[in-house]
Write a protein that binds this ligand. Structure first.
Ligand code: SF4
Length: 311
């Protein structure tokens, strides 16, 4: 009997408005970009193929001047405040592709809380470009990503608020907030600053991973939100979660004893890449493949899929 594989796409998957906005700025301005625009090798590669130079993220400004570069683009994860000031001082014009969620909401929250007398603690990866930038929008922000780092926070602060990296999981944020309340600041205020696309995608992947037989998560390995989607899925499918940044990674053995296969994708994953993954599954699976789409309320909808469709 012919085998059937149902491939279900998460209700929210792929490029968010912040990433799309950054791509639009880069393609429109076509000036050198100060680092990978977003954490997706396909998007960065496509921009490079269009002849847009991708520079080191924190390129020395003197070397920019020596090379006669007068205009640059700041990446979607944002840039430290003082580097923006230096660009202005050096007369290098920058086009700001920082996601509006960071520019208007996260930086705004840090400034408003500080003005109100709060100490701001950001829960996030201190090495991630978003956090390297965000922390500079406050005068004295703290960054923590583990219990050990919380142990080193100053004692006796009265007004303290915790916010988080936009792409962190809710579970990680809550765990560290609980720890901070129990060990350091009992009256800690906490504000979940994950952005809406990230919340939707995490919820969509979790909903699928609970019942499908295997999950493929599509997106760059540098992408914090994609990596977190893979971790969420692994909670339910520890042996059957596959994180891929290219359709070439997909193997036919992954479909053995799998009737329902879920697909999730990070906010920096282009829709075209999701489609390439669907096409690869179609090419590799020996039986019949049915494409489905998860709805926001968990209903599974039939969708037509043909390789030439535009998303
Ligand atoms: S994931 Fe969120 S913060 Fe990051 S670019 Fe997209 S909308 Fe902006």
């Amino acid at each position: 009997m012919e085998q059937t594989l149902e491939v279900i796409l998460a209700h929210s998957a792929g490029t968010c408005f912040g990433v799309q906005g950054a791509i639009d700025i880069a393609e429109n301005k076509r000036t050198p970009i100060l680092g990978p625009l977003v954490h997706n090798p396909k998007i960065v590669g496509d921009l490079a193929k269009q002849g847009i130079p991708i520079l080191e993220r924190y390129t020395d400004l003197e070397s920019l001047k020596k090379e006669g570069i007068k205009e640059v683009i700041i990446t979607a994860h944002g840039y430290p405040k003082e580097i923006k000031q230096s660009l202005n001082e050096q007369g290098i014009k920058y086009h700001d592709a920082t996601c509006p969620v960071l520019l208007k909401w996260v930086y705004g929250k840090i400034e408003t809380f500080e003005a109100d007398g709060y100490h701001v603690v950001i829960v996030g990866n201190p090495k991630h470009a978003e956090i390297i930038a965000s922390r500079t929008y406050g005068k004295n922000t703290h960054v923590v990503y583990s219990e050990e780092e919380i142990d080193k926070l100053p004692e006796g602060l009265e007004k303290v608020v915790a916010i988080c990296q936009t792409t962190i999981t809710r579970e990680k944020f809550e765990t560290l907030v609980d720890y901070m309340r129990s060990k350091k600041y009992p009256h800690l205020k906490a504000v979940d600053t994950r952005c809406k696309p990230v919340k939707n995608q995490q919820e969509a992947v979790e909903m699928l991973a609970k019942w499908v037989d295997a999950m493929i998560i599509v997106g760059g390995f540098d992408s914090s939100n994609t990596t977190n989607l893979a971790k969420l899925s692994q909670k339910y499918l520890p042996e059957k979660t596959y994180h891929v940044d290219s359709p070439a990674m997909i193997q036919s053995e992954w479909f053995e004893n799998v009737r329902h296969l879920g697909i999730g994708a990070g906010t920096s994953t282009p829709k075209s890449q999701i489609k390439e993954v669907q096409q690869k599954i179609l090419d590799l699976f020996p039986g019949k493949v049915l494409f489905r789409q998860e709805s926001k309320d968990g209903e599974i909808l039939d969708v037509d899929f043909t390789p030439d469709d535009e998303f």
